[in-house]
Design a protein around this ligand. Sequence first.
Ligand SMILES: [Mg+2]
Length: 130
Amino acid sequence: MKDTAKKNTEMILALDLDGVITESPEFFSAWSHSWPGPVMVITFRSNRQKAIDDLQDRNIRYDELILVDRFDAKAEVIASKNIAIYVDDQPEMLKNVAPPVHVMLFRNEGNFDFDDRRWMLSQDTGKLMF
Ligand SMILES: [Mg+2]
């Protein structure tokens, strides 16, 4: 049985599934197993069993799997769960995540043009500085 009080003081790592775990499963498997605190997976999916199967197939250690049905819901879940760090591949999912939560944008073909070597952003998620 988990020590809930102890877990609440530990740093929670949260990961997106599609475009993050699916993009580099060996890395996220190793990271999830070596992370000292709880691991959550937050995914924009509707099929829970398929998500569970995909996590099992990729040998991901996780304590909680949360399915959301809209973009804004991820930031709300992250705020309510006291998550320390969140990794997603979509800036739309990260832009409403407020400090002190740390975020990482995971690069893939959906958010980066490898031929052009530039990030692909929208007016809502990017601001050119130069
Ligand atoms: Mg994703």
